[in-house]
Every structure is written in structure tokens, then in C-alpha cells.
Design a protein around this ligand. Structure first.
Ligand SMILES: Cc1cc2nc3c(=O)[nH]c(=O)nc-3n(C[C@H](O)[C@H](O)[C@H](O)COP(=O)(O)OP(=O)(O)OC[C@H]3O[C@@H](n4cnc5c(N)ncnc54)[C@H](O)[C@@H]3O)c2cc1C
Ligand code: SF4
Ligand code: SF4
Length: 373
């Protein structure tokens, strides 16, 4: 594993390089880091030479090869969709309550099943307070659907995992974006190797993500057009729509993507993962098939949960055409390529001579992503 450092280095490497995505992994661990309106900041300096804040952060010294060997027993080779067992089309089944799911409700159905079957005793989900996404800790399966739908903003969701640990939960479930799943993977391996720092994550469900939006900038843009308490949901339909849709009490508000795209945090352009490669299960939209999701089954825990959810009538799955998988793979490979170029330009990969990197990956993986480099 890479060397571990403390909060001083976290601030230098992540905050000052404008790499923080506000995932919340360093929040609620100690009194020093707080997230306020989408931005994480250090309130007071801390002199510990090593900290969980640095160890969990998905933007500081992440060793993808070590994680891949640990989780998947294989070197990191930059395959576009990561390591997985199967990929299927999925949607929630008849046993699920009706709710405003983002796609087919697959994420909610899997988390409901995990809670009903006793795999998970608390789920760290994402809700919204006004326009701001916020962690929502759910301890009853009946409340899972209340967090359905996507907030297309960077969210401090993982502060919810740290809160769950503090409250004594022993089988924590979590849903999040690929950067958040990277942080969760680092939480799961207890990098500081101290028993009191064990994070009992029993289930990690990752989302697909190409980019998110800066919370403060999006709320400023929306404030002029929509009352925050009138927002019912948001969606970014696939091309050629070219708009973001905000559903309100009074109808749909369309915002051109040309207005939205400047609000993407710079750190999203250095992100190699589109499909949450270190989660137990990964879920995204099924392009061209509304009401369905694409579901990647990665771990044994994930495979068992999918079988249980089908048996309980909570989840329906179908085969997915090879050309749909090829299309998804191409999109994931394109994200790796453009992000690796930027990471290399900024000198953030595999640094030497005591310089700290954002990410460490084998040379063979670099050559696979950028064959002509
Ligand atoms: C920022 C972002 C970008 C995305 N980009 C893509 C994309 O490019 N392509 C694609 O196919 N899919 C993308 N998705 C995923 C997609 O929007 C759906 O979340 C996914 O298809 C699951 O649908 P569902 O019906 O199963 O979810 P639901 O059952 O409705 O559950 C949604 C879950 O998402 C969680 N959630 C909501 N907002 C956030 C957030 N900001 N951070 C972390 N967790 C959150 C909630 O806790 C809830 O559990 C993105 C999601 C987010 C949050
Ligand atoms: S752990 Fe998350 S919130 Fe904290 S510095 Fe890293 S990216 Fe930012
Ligand atoms: S693009 Fe990457 S860094 Fe940005 S929100 Fe999505 S997973 Fe996180």
C-alpha cells in the first residue's frame, strides 16, 4: 500500500490542487473537517502524521493496483468496466413500493432486500435539504425509497458512513458515485490497521457517473429559476436531448447543457472510473430503455443479493444485448483516456522522489488506456 500521511498533506494534495469532490469520507471522523454547502474545509490544523482522512480520500495517493489485488485478486489492468461477474438489465419488481426512482429502482430494490434479509442494519444514502444534497442514514427498509432519485451534485454522502460507525451500526450499506466507492474500498481495508478504525461496510452499491455538478454553483443557477422546495427530481436524458430537466410542482424546467457543463468540478476531469469498479454491485441507466437499469454484478456478496432480491420479487433481471455492453465499455474507456491525459499533464500519476501522487497505476495499465502515448 502507498505511504499514508495526515491532514496537512491532505489539504496540500487535494484541497490546494482543486481535487476535492466533497465526498464526505474525511467528515465526521474528527472535529476538524466539515462540509458546508457542498465544500469540505479544514476548520483547525491537526498535527497527526497519519490520519484516516488521508487514507480514505479517493483523490490522494490511491493505489489502484493494490486495491484491485485486494478486492479482485488480480492486478489493475484498466479494463473499461472493471472486474465483474455478469452484466444484466434490471428493474424493481412488484414487491417494491411505488416511488420516484431515477431509473428502474434497482438500487433501492437491492438496498431494501439487504435490509429485509439482515445483511445491512443502516444504509448511508443521499437526500436533499433544499437544493443541497445531504447524507441520509436509513435504518428501516420502509425508508429506503424516500432517498430514491439522483441529485446530480457532489454530495458528502460518506459522512453518513462515519456517522453510522459512531452510532454503533455493525453492517453498514452505502450507495455512492465511483469516487465515493473508491473511498469506501479504502475504508473497508482499514489502512491504518487499527481495530478501533474498522469500518463494517457490509454492502457497497456504486452508481455510474461521468461527471457531477458543483453544488454551490448549481444552486445559484437554479435559485433564479426554481423554488428549492418545489423541486421534485432532476434528470439528464441521453443525447441528443442536450438538456438537464428539473421537475417541479409546476412542471418541467429545461436547462441547456451548455449552461450546466461549466459547473462540472475540475476534479471530475481527472476521474478514471465511470462504473464504480470497487463496489459489490454497480448500477446505471439503461440508455434507450426507460424504466430499466444496467446492473454489473462484481462480488460474491453482490451476486447473492441479486439472487435473493429476485426470489423475493423485489428485482427483475433480463439479458442485455452484446452491443449495449460494447457501447458502455467504449464510454468507460473514453472516460479513462481523457482523464488519464489530464492526470499525466498535471504530473499527478506515479510520481517519484518523495512527490505525492493522486493515483498510482501500473505502466501496463497506462499503455492499455493510452496505447499511442
Ligand atoms: C452525480 C451522478 C451522476 C450520474 N451519472 C450517470 C451517468 O453518466 N450514466 C448513468 O448511466 N448513470 C448515472 N448516474 C446514475 C443514475 O442517475 C441512477 O442513480 C442509477 O441509474 C440508479 O438508478 P435507480 O433507479 O436504480 O436508483 P434509485 O433506486 O432511484 O436510487 C438512487 C440512489 O442514488 C443515491 N444518490 C442520489 N444522488 C446521489 C449523489 N449525488 N451521490 C451519491 N448517491 C446519490 C440515493 O441515495 C439513492 O439510493 C449518476 C448518478 C449521480 C448521482
Ligand atoms: S475525502 Fe472526499 S471530502 Fe475529504 S478531501 Fe478527499 S475528496 Fe474531499
Ligand atoms: S466524475 Fe468521478 S470525481 Fe466526479 S462525481 Fe463522478 S465519480 Fe466523482
Amino acid at each position: 500500500m502507498p505511504q499514508l500521511f495526515g491532514s496537512k498533506e491532505l489539504v496540500e494534495d487535494v484541497h490546494k490542487r482543486d481535487l476535492c469532490i466533497g465526498c464526505g469520507a474525511c467528515v465526521e471522523l474528527c472535529p476538524y473537517f466539515k462540509n458546508y454547502r457542498g465544500k469540505t474545509a479544514q476548520l483547525f490544523p491537526c498535527s497527526l502524521p497519519q490520519g484516516r482522512c488521508f487514507a480514505y480520500c479517493p483523490k490522494a495517493e490511491v493505489d489502484l493496483d493494490a486495491l484491485s489485488r485486494r478486492f479482485w485478486n488480480t492486478p489493475y489492468d484498466a479494463r473499461p468496466l472493471g472486474v465483474y461477474q455478469t452484466v444484466v438489465a434490471a428493474r424493481s419488481g412488484d414487491a417494491m413500493p411505488r416511488a420516484k426512482y431515477q431509473g428502474g429502482g434497482t438500487v433501492s430494490a437491492l438496498m431494501v432486500c439487504a435490509m429485509q434479509r439482515g445483511l445491512v442494519d443502516a444504509a448511508a444514502l443521499t437526500g436533499r435539504q433544499g437544493l443541497m444534497p445531504a447524507p441520509r442514514l436509513v435504518t428501516r427498509w420502509q425508508d429506503v425509497a424516500s432517498a430514491a432519485g439522483s441529485q446530480f451534485m457532489a454530495s458528502p454522502t460518506l459522512a453518513g458512513v462515519n456517522m453510522a460507525v459512531r452510532q454503533g451500526y455493525k453492517q453498514i450499506g452505502v450507495v455512492g458515485t465511483p469516487c465515493q466507492m473508491l473511498a469506501v474500498a479504502q475504508m473497508r481495508i482499514n489502512p491504518l490497521e487499527k481495530e478501533e478504525h474498522h469500518v463494517p461496510v457490509a454492502l457497497a452499491i456504486g452508481l455510474f457517473c461521468n461527471w457531477s455538478l458543483d453544488t454551490r454553483q448549481l444552486s445559484t443557477l437554479l435559485e433564479g429559476r426554481v423554488a428549492s422546495d418545489a423541486i421534485r427530481g432532476m434528470d439528464i436524458p441521453p443525447p441528443p436531448a442536450n438538456v438537464m430537466l428539473v421537475e417541479t410542482d409546476k412542471g418541467m424546467v429545461e436547462i441547456a447543457l451548455s449552461e450546466i457543463k461549466p459547473l462540472i468540478p475540475h476534479t471530475c476531469f481527472t476521474c478514471l472510473d465511470m462504473t464504480s469498479e470497487f463496489a459489490d454491485l454497480s448500477v446505471g441507466m439503461y440508455e434507450g430503455r426507460p424504466g430499466w437499469n444496467t446492473l454489473l454484478v462484481r462480488s460474491e456478496i453482490g451476486a447473492r443479493l441479486v439472487a435473493d432480491a429476485q426470489a423475493d420479487g423485489l428485482l427483475v433481471t433480463e439479458a442485455i444485448p452484446a452491443e449495449t455492453i460494447a457501447h458502455l465499455s467504449a464510454a468507460a474507456a473514453a472516460k479513462k483516456e481523457r482523464s488519464l491525459r489530464i492526470l499525466l499533464q498535471r504530473g499527478l500519476v506515479n510520481t517519484a522522489n518523495g512527490q505525492r501522487a493522486a493515483v498510482r497505476i501500473p505502466q501496463a495499465a497506462i499503455s492499455r488506456i493510452l496505447p499511442k502515448a
